[in-house]
Design a protein. Structure first.
Length: 291
């Protein structure tokens, strides 16, 4: 299988957005009002040339990502704290075609979650089955979703993804999973925290797991230090997700690929695996459960 790391534009966020500080509403306000900004961070999309069909993980941002007309009244504050840079030719559709891959041929688009820097390229995949966790879909839809920062009014007309319910039982240390491919080499696992229904994609490549991790953390370093971001919906769940990922990596070599880590593409190319550095999970039994 060939895996493509495609950078669909860049984003700058506040430092307290990427690495949270405080609790509750104070944590969110720190992220919004922080004046210190990160360097430009990649917005990655992952394309897997799988024998059962092309798989795309997330879809990146659109070229008009910064336009204010799409946003609810309070969103200019968030726009100031998260700024995008992308040209039309950097959207996922043109970039796939430049690599000899047709977006119309994609079989599955797997959404780690439905924030605008992940769902902005959905319109490029008219024939794909789009998968979203049911919890994420329920949270993101309608007016409630818009007021929680989801730009669902921008989704393609008639957008109706397949909900993922994780009915296949535990895949230790993850309590549930959903198989995607018949071969069983691509599975989806719940990784909540950054958003209520966030999921990650595990691709088994020999003895190694390639983990397409979305926004479970902004970098591998944040994961290892178990540092949650500043805008996640559930701080405790986000840290527990970190523990589970580290527990998995302690038992099975894992290439960890969060969407906005500048080093993710290199780690994929070189198959550099995650080193948990002795970080123990909250529940030591997690380590023993990993197959």
């Amino acid at each position: 299988m060939k895996i493509h790391a495609i950078e669909t534009g860049r984003v700058r966020v506040t430092e307290r957005w990427r690495e949270g500080e405080g609790d509750g509403m104070r944590r969110l306000l720190n992220a919004w009002f922080d004046k210190a900004m990160t360097d430009w961070l990649p917005v990655h999309v992952w394309v897997i040339e799988h024998p059962e069909g092309l798989i795309v993980v997330d879809t990146g941002i659109p070229a008009d990502a910064n336009k204010p007309r799409y946003f609810p009244p309070f969103m200019p504050l968030i726009q100031r704290a998260a700024v995008f840079d992308i040209a039309p030719e950097e959207e996922i559709g043109p970039q796939m075609r430049a690599r000899g891959l047709e977006p119309e041929d994609v079989r599955w688009v797997v959404m780690t979650h439905l924030h605008q820097d992940h769902d902005g390229g959905l319109h490029h995949f008219p024939n794909a089955e789009v998968l979203v966790s049911r919890e994420e879909w329920d949270f993101a839809t309608g007016l409630k979703g818009r007021m929680n920062g989801y730009l669902n009014q921008r989704w393609p007309r008639g957008f109706a993804p397949t909900p993922v319910d994780f009915e296949d039982g535990p895949l230790a240390p993850f309590p549930r999973h959903a198989s995607l491919t018949r071969a069983g080499d691509v599975t989806l696992v719940p990784t909540p925290g950054h958003s209520p229904g966030h999921l990650s994609v595990l691709l088994e490549e020999g003895e190694t797991t390639i983990m397409f991790a979305g926004d479970t953390s902004y970098t591998e370093d944040h994961l290892v230090r178990m540092v949650a971001d500043g805008i996640g919906t559930d701080l405790e769940a986000e840290i527990e997700t970190h523990r589970r990922i580290l527990a998995h990596a302690a038992k099975r070599p894992t290439v960890y690929l969060p969407s906005h880590d500048p080093d993710s593409a290199r780690r994929l190319a070189e198959r550099v695996t995650l080193e948990p550095h002795g970080t123990a999970p909250a529940n030591p039994e997690l380590l023993g459960e990993v197959a």
